[in-house]
Design a protein around this ligand. Structure first.
Ligand code: PLP
Length: 392
């Protein structure tokens, strides 16, 4: 039997997503009436803005329920092109592919570009789905570790050591899940120069672009830095985080024409097209009709981040860097002497609090706390965390 299994593609050996399964477990326990607090959730705890919902309902009532072009609705692609222009990326509808979530955009890009013998550079701590996507493509992941004291930005020396003649791609995620780091222009320029110099492509996951809390920090798309890097960059974005639309499953990518064509062909045999009425609704989001809700959400996250960081400073067993974006705080728990998985498990058992252990994020000394929850929730959760840590 085992021989038979190893005869088959690496896709069959993927690990399930820990973040999703832990969040599901917390929900399950809550349903049983237990007083479980979760700081593991990877989605905004907000409702989708009404204007977006209304547009979806209107589209459904108009009977726009059929297949459309695989790469996406032309009207939505036009809006994406306009949005990219605000990032300094000049593009055309032919470069855009609308996908079933940013996750699929990432998966399809890696699948379309990489295979056996290819290497993909990933910066640790990384989002846990990247390794699995790379594994599915048959390529090899090359990890470059980053340090908290460098704000989780990679150094040129470390990147240079990782580059080989097989390097095909580097994945850049700013703002980052899990670190909350937002890369400076200098860091992005350094990465772009290496990519251009060694002729490999850059996959820029910008899904948390709107969620930045520090006024002195600006989101920069690496593909906007110059024309050479524009030709090597795939920019990924979506609606899940900015517009509280995780369940709607809508994302997109902007790629050089040859690659957009390739990915569109791949998608035409996988999902055909991302859900038609959801694409109509997303136009409204890009036209700014949900910006009031977006601003309120960002302000709320900013207040929560401040509160969470203030409370975490009172837990001596934990150290952390104040995140600039996304909605997570990476907590270094090495002072407790525990592995992240054990820490998280014991915390859940003893204090009914879930956090994400970061082994599968390439950061075994960390647990990730999400502040996609109310201020009251944060206060109670950190009270439990403090009690747990003081008992160690
Ligand atoms: N990229 C990162 C870094 C994420 O954290 C997530 C979701 O958690 C995604 C992409 C996927 O987003 P979507 O819901 O659009 O598939």
């Amino acid at each position: 039997m085992q021989n038979l299994q190893s005869n088959y593609s690496p896709l069959g050996t993927l690990s399930p997503s820990v973040t999703l399964s832990l969040a599901a477990r917390a929900k399950e326990l809550k349903k049983q009436g237990l007083d479980v607090y979760s700081m593991s959730v990877g989605e905004p705890d907000f409702d989708t803005p009404q204007a977006i919902k209304d547009a979806a309902i209107k589209t459904l009532n108009e009977g726009k329920v059929g297949y459309i072009a695989s790469s996406g609705l032309p009207e939505l692609k036009d809006e994406i092109v306009k949005k990219m222009a605000t990032h300094g990326i000049k593009t055309t509808p032919n470069n855009v592919v609308v996908t079933t979530g940013a996750k699929l955009a990432l998966f399809e890009t890696i699948t379309a570009l990489c295979g056996k013998g290819d290497e993909v550079i990933v910066l640790a701590p990384y989002w846990l789905s990247y390794p699995e996507m790379i594994k599915a493509s048959g390529a090899k992941m090359v990890v470059v570790n980053t340090k908290a004291e460098n704000d989780f930005a990679p150094t040129k020396e470390d990147l240079q050591k990782a580059i080989t003649s097989n390097t095909k791609l580097i994945i850049v995620n700013s703002p980052s899940n899990p670190t909350g780091a937002v890369y400076s222009k200098e860091t992005l320029q350094m990465i772009a120069d290496l990519a251009v110099g060694h002729n490999f492509m850059v996959l820029s996951d910008e899904i948390y672009e709107k969620l930045i809390y520090d006024n002195s920090v600006k989101h920069i798309s690496i593909g906007s830095l110059n024309e050479k890097i524009a030709e090597l960059t795939i920019t990924i974005n979506g609606f899940s985080k900015a517009y509280a639309m995780t369940g709607w499953r809508l994302g997109y990518l902007v790629a050089p024409t040859w690659l957009a064509k390739r990915i569109s062909a791949l998608q035409s045999h996988a999902t055909s097209n991302a859900t038609t009425f959801v694409q109509y609704a997303a136009i409204v989001a890009l036209q700014g009709k949900a910006d009031t809700e977006l601003d309120n959400m960002v302000k709320t996250f900013a207040r929560r981040r401040e509160l969470l960081c203030k409370l975490l400073k009172e837990v001596p067993q934990i150290s952390f860097i104040e995140p600039k974006g996304a909605f997570y705080v990476m907590c270094n728990i090495s002072k407790t002497g525990k592995k992240a998985a054990d820490f998280a498990q014991e915390l859940l058992e003893q204090k009914l609090l879930t956090v994400i252990p970061c082994e599968s994020f390439g950061a075994p000394e960390y647990v990730r706390l999400s502040y996609a929850c109310s201020e009251e929730h944060i206060k109670e959760a950190i009270k439990r965390l403090k009690e747990f840590c003081s008992g160690l």
